[in-house]
Design a protein around this ligand. Structure first.
Ligand code: CMP
Length: 822
């Protein structure tokens, strides 16, 4: 048999073996990778024992021969298995949450990688006296982390979601940083050039930035192709597989930028843009495919590496063990240094929300090393341009270290969690559990009694189900839950937030909202859940306040509009805001019902009332915001509303067809036809019309009475002095006490002048900000946009020019200013 056939046979059988381990890992509650390592070592030992005699064992012999053939090829590790690992990590991460936590993630990932490389390299160099670059290479290899185990546990104990994002994001970027450093160090060692201090830094930067650009460009090309495939899921999967490998190889071999970074960035770009460009089911299918590929890559790397490790570890000496012990302490010490030394600095400056010490410890201890470390070690091992002793040293130490994290850290994560009591039901949970049980028993008891009547069963049936009756008795005697008020409210809020999130997802599943909108809403809901979990009612209020404030996207869009006159990003954001507010509004109405029906029973009426008040307040805020937008873009609001209804109608229609088919009233063919037609309408209804800002300068100028007397030529002359500007509800346009640099005319919308004796509203056609310019004094009041305002801004210099040229206008403005001064 040829080598390739044997290799395929080996991989096929290996896939079966690794799958069988899945339920075992689940049962034993240990990470899958630990079992893979055990199996791999067992296979490796068996393989070593069979060496030279494989012929005698037929299929089994071929299996081992194939495994060894695949295992020793470093190209396989790097080029076949690495891209799926990195691409999936980038594709499945929650990109918006990632951006929220960016400072912490970058600190943990990039800074931590360099700290780890430095500390590990230094310590190992001091302990062994081996060349510092070899030690740094080892540091780079062992500085990547595998987050799967710790994320699993964080989810299990219901830790705030941002902690999983921290761990996932860290792993994603530290892979990129570590592999890029690894490549540079290999170069240094192979070519025996000792770089000067600045060169590696510059190299690194070039590789990194180049990789980022390559990733972005290729992802856009891939999206362009994908959108022309007519919705084919198989095509989509194939293009993205192509994308991952092309990004890697093009970067690495042709353009000499970091292929790893290119893959990660390509995946992140796809994760950002994909949801809005692809159909929900396509997106799901894509993630599914990549999870599958990742599973294969991850399992096979581990298995094959463990097999090779047996051979590598044959050369093990006592001093290796001492070195690994030193490395272990150095690596985890470096990690603790970052989390307990550097992260608090960011916390202090408010760049990240504080992380509980117990969770920090979990994250430090959960820094297991996984497939990427193993793959890098084997790549170094297989590089025959490195001296043999370096290859052996690096491979032995890195492999032992991975095994140490797998056999020391992985099994102790859960006990650590127990030690911190992160797993215990706290007092709230216990009280709630009791209450929920009583409620369900009471409800079941009532139902059983009804059923008993139907069957004509004896009345004392109740005696045979004492716990149900006890529940019923407790409920009817008006018993209350044993929890203090503030805990009840906090719990109620958490439940409402979780429900809110579910309702968004449900709407998305029903295709009545787009994935893009659903993503934004779910991310906001997650943020709300996190805040409520940490700060209760105050957290809820705080999160909502942040929600009202303009987020980063809005600020960037506004800036693009003001600086370059780009309308599209701003219009898109406004359209998004419209839709999210409308959906939020309808969901809150549902929450109000839910609160009335379920929360009152569970937590008591006073709590339900308080929750009702909170929801109501929120509803009013949303209504206000919607009104502020509708004031300006009423037609658009109508269109979006109509489109929304259309989507709901389509959903109901689809459900109706399902029902008719279920009743055999229509044939499968007719059903398929109907659904097909519906799909077209669905696509039509999903196409959101563009929002027109309506910022044509001449039209805006004409709306200001002061300029009403101008002839057509003059309008454009004045127009040249003015700049159109959009301000959003609540945004401050003029700040009391500041120096005046411009005045404003309101072409559309309403602004409020905040005065001591009360607010004065200025509507379309009015102007403000003239007093400071005329009198060369600081602004005498704050002026805030009430709805969306379209303003014309006149800079101080042009103001003087205009007034000099047009005495009539000067007079008019001065007289208004005089009145205002009163
Ligand atoms: P300025 O002082 O430049 O900045 C604040 C602006 O608020 C001020 O110019 C006026 O344009 C406006 N303003 C101040 N007082 C009144 C008022 N009583 N009625 C309407 N607008 C006012």
């Amino acid at each position: 048999m040829t080598e390739i056939v044997v290799a395929i046979l080996a991989i096929a059988l290996a896939l079966v073996l690794v799958s069988v381990l899945l339920p075992v890992a689940e049962r034993l509650r240990i990470p899958h990778t630990v079992l893979l390592a055990v199996l791999g070592i067992a296979l490796g030992v068996t393989g070593a024992w069979l060496v030279g005699e494989t012929e005698r064992f037929g299929l089994l012999g071929d299996f081992f021969e194939g495994l060894t053939a695949v295992g020793v090829s470093p190209a396989a590790f790097l080029y076949v298995f690495l891209p799926p690992l990195l691409f999936t990590a980038g594709l499945t991460i929650d990109v918006r949450r990632l951006f929220d936590e960016m400072s912490a993630v970058l600190l943990l990932a990039i800074v931590a990688v360099f700290v780890c490389i430095g500390v590990v390299g230094g310590v190992v160099h001091v302990v062994t006296g081996i060349d510092i670059f070899v030690c740094l290479l080892l540091g780079a290899i062992v500085s990547t982390t595998d987050p799967a185990a710790v994320i699993g546990i964080l989810r299990e104990v219901g830790a705030p979601k941002r902690l999983s994002i921290l761990a996932e994001g860290e792993a994603l970027f530290n892979d990129a940083a570590a592999i890029a450093t690894f490549t540079i160090l290999i170069d240094v060692l192979v070519h025996h050039i000792v770089p000067d201090a600045a060169a590696p830094g510059l190299d690194f930067l070039r590789e990194f930035v180049g990789g980022i650009m390559l990733g972005i460009v290729l992802a856009h090309v891939a999206l362009l192709i994908v959108t022309r495939l007519g919705g084919s899921i198989t095509g989509l999967a194939s293009v993205t597989v192509g994308l991952a490998y092309v990004a890697y190889i093009l970067g690495d071999q042709y353009l000499h930028v970091s292929g790893v970074v290119a893959v990660v960035v390509a995946a992140l770009t796809l994760a950002t843009l994909g949801p809005t460009r692809l159909q929900p089911h396509q997106w799901e299918a894509l993630r599914h495919t990549w999870h599958q590929l990742e599973f294969w890559a991850n399992s096979l790397i581990f298995l094959l590496a463990a097999i090779v490790a047996v051979r590598v570890l044959a050369g093990i000496r006592w001093w290796h063990l001492a070195t690994v012990a030193a490395l272990y302490i150095a690596a985890f010490g470096a990690r603790a240094l970052v989390l307990f030394g550097l992260l608090p600095v960011l916390e202090f400056f408010g760049r990240v929300q504080p992380v509980d010490r117990r969770y920090k410890t979990m994250i430090v201890w959960g820094g297991l090393r996984g497939a990427v470390t193993v793959a890098l070690a084997l790549v170094a091992y297989g590089n025959d341009r490195l001296p043999q002793d370096v290859r052996d040293f690096v491979a032995i130490i890195a492999t032992l270290f991975v095994l140490a994290t797998l056999f020391i850290n992985a099994p102790t994560l859960r006990p650590l969690m127990r030690f911190f009591r992160l797993n215990e039901l706290d007092e709230t949970d216990k009280a709630l559990r009791d209450r929920v049980l009583l409620l369900s028993w009471a409800s079941v008891a009532a139902q059983v009694r009804d059923v008993a009547k139907v069957y004509g069963a004896d009345a004392d049936i109740a005696q045979r189900l004492p716990h149900l009756e006890a529940g019923d008795a407790a409920m009817s005697s008006g018993g209350d839950i044993a929890l203090p008020m503030d805990k009840r409210i906090a719990y109620g809020l958490r439940t409402l937030c979780a429900r809110e999130r579910e309702l968004y997802l449900w709407r998305f599943g029903q295709q009545s909202i787009s994935r893009h909108i659903a993503t934004m809403l779910v991310v906001d809901a997650d943020r709300l859940i996190d805040q409520v979990q940490t700060d209760g009612v105050a957290g809820y209020a705080l999160a909502l306040e942040q929600d009202v404030m303009l987020d980063r996207g809005f600020r960037i869009a506004l800036w693009l509009h003001q600086t370059f006159g780009l309308e599209r990003p701003l219009a898109d954001r406004l359209a998004d805001r419209f839709e999210t507010l409308m959906v939020e509004r309808s969901v809150i109405h549902e929450l109000l019902d839910f609160n009335r029906a379920d929360m009152a029973d569970l937590l008591g009426k006073p709590v339900a009332d308080k929750l009702h008040a909170l929801l109501d307040e929120r509803l009013q805020g949303i209504d206000g915001a919607l009104k502020a937008l509708s004031l300006q873009y009423g037609d658009y609001a109508d269109t979006i509303r109509a489109q929304h209804l259309q989507r709901i109608a389509i959903r109901l229609e689809s459900a109706e067809y399902d029902r008719q088919r279920g009743n055999f009233a229509i044939s499968q063919e007719v059903y398929r036809d109907l659904q097909h037609a519906l799909q077209e309408r669905r696509a039509e209804a999903a196409r959101r019309p563009p929002l027109r800002l309506g910022l044509k300068l001449t039209a805006m100028v004409e709306r200001v009475p002061l300029f009403a007397g101008l002839a057509a030529g003059e309008v454009s002359a004045v127009g040249r002095l003015l700049r159109a500007r959009v301000v959003l509800p609540g945004q401050k346009i003029v700040t009391r006490g500041e120096r005046g640099d411009a005045m404003y005319f309101i072409a559309a919308g309403v602004a409020q002048v905040k005065l001591a004796m009360g607010d004065v509203e200025l509507g379309e056609g009015a102007f403000f900000g003239e007093v400071a310019l005329l009198e060369h004094k600081p602004r005498n009041a704050d002026v805030v946009a009430k709805g969306v305002c379209h303003l014309l801004r006149l800079d101080a210099r042009d103001f003087r020019r205009l007034l000099a040229a047009r005495p009539d206008m000067r007079q008019e403005i001065e007289s208004v200013a005089a009145q205002r001064r009163g």
